[in-house]
Design a protein around this ligand. Structure first.
Ligand SMILES: [Zn+2]
Length: 357
């Protein structure tokens, strides 16, 4: 009996530790990036429409191919040539794999609230700067042993600090024009640059958010880093398909650069899970609605998730016929770090296939 028990204990420990290869977590979001382009590459109809694409020939030359797999890899080379080779990409509805907003609103505050709290709160229905009463998974992780002072978020959009409630949560959140008051020379330079840059979308360009996050990571080694991009949404609202595509392509390259940075640092190498997702989708059934999203755009709640890390088996483009929800991400983030997320509100269960090694 004793032998059986100790074997059970041993086997159970092995099972548990099998899910604990992830020591660090990096999360990246692309605001309002459509699954249609992630899985299908640039959209021919929108490229040909002069209202949305001034220089169709130039955009086609860069991103078009008649082969859909080649086309999407031209737009997102890191995701398709690297991440998909080792990880999982959810949300290709053409294959029956669905990822949806659980919240009915299909815009940013409700979406980011859902990602980080695991709770599609019906009361979160405005993009105003409201301190979020819902506890989020980043502050939960920050409270755990070994994570104190090791959770940081860098965002372009200046509402993210409110959604993550930086006042309450205690995590480091740097957004838009927030000063980068560090002794580190790279961060000092970025601080000067971001105060002098043009602001085409009214907040700092995504590249500054990215470099602030990367240089912070190199200097201070957070165990959880969140980078929140915004340009894709703003350019889409402006009806500028070329800029929307160019920003998506640049963000893919930044994520590739970030992965290379992680894999060249022994603290992160093969011990870090990367999760990429978006807050909401945009319209497509009515083609002009690619610019828009919100409660009235039926298909704007269609989203996607890409994951790669030491606890996630290789599936590539996931073909399982299933629906996962944005609200499952918060508990998934915690579970990747071996934690069980609980909060002052209900929390949806994690996505098991991301965790199953
Ligand atoms: Zn928007």
């Amino acid at each position: 009996m004793k032998i059986v028990l100790s074997c059970l204990f041993f086997c159970f420990s092995v099972l548990l530790s099998a899910q604990n290869n992830t020591q660090n977590l990096v999360i990246v979001t692309l605001d309002g990036m459509r699954w249609q382009e992630l899985f299908g590459g640039v959209d021919t109809a929108i490229i040909k429409n002069k209202t949305f694409t001034k220089d169709s020939a130039n955009l086609a030359q860069q991103f078009w191919s008649s082969d859909i797999k080649e086309r999407r890899a031209k737009l997102f080379p890191f995701i398709w040539n690297q991440l998909a080779q080792k990880g999982q990409v959810y949300g290709n509805r053409n294959l029956g794999n669905l990822v949806d907003n659980a919240n009915p609103y299909k815009f940013s505050y409700p979406g980011y609230n859902e990602i980080f709290t695991g709770y599609p709160d019906l009361k979160a229905n405005s993009n105003d700067k409201i301190w979020n009463p819902n506890e989020n998974v980043l502050e939960f992780i920050h409270r755990q042993k070994g994570f104190e002072g090791k959770v940081a978020a860098f965002s372009t959009w200046d509402v993210i600090p409110y959604i993550l409630n930086k006042k309450r949560s205690g995590i480091y959140v740097n957004a838009d024009k927030d000063s980068l008051l560090f002794q580190n020379p790279s961060l000092k330079l970025l601080n000067d640059m971001q105060s002098l840059t043009t602001r085409p979308i009214g907040v700092r360009p995504d590249v500054f958010t990215y470099f602030a996050g990367r240089e912070y990571l190199k200097a201070y080694h957070p165990r959880v880093l969140y980078i929140s991009f915004d340009e894709t949404d703003d350019f889409a609202h402006g009806g500028m398909y070329d800029q929307y595509i160019n920003s998506a392509h640049a963000e893919d390259a930044m994520i590739g650069d970030l992965w290379q940075t992680l894999q060249s640092d022994p603290m992160y190498k093969n011990k870090t899970t990367l999760v990429i997702t978006c807050d909401h989708g945009r319209g497509d059934a009515i083609k002009e609605n690619w610019q828009h999203h919100g409660e009235k755009i039926m298909d704007a709640g269609q989203i996607w998730i890409a994951v790669m890390g030491p606890d996630t088996i290789t599936m590539g483009e996931v073909t399982t016929k299933q629906t996962n929800f944005q609200k499952q991400l918060a508990a998934t983030f915690a579970a990747l770090l071996g934690l069980n997320f609980t909060a002052n509100h209900p929390v949806a269960a994690p996505i098991q296939s991301i965790l199953a090694k």
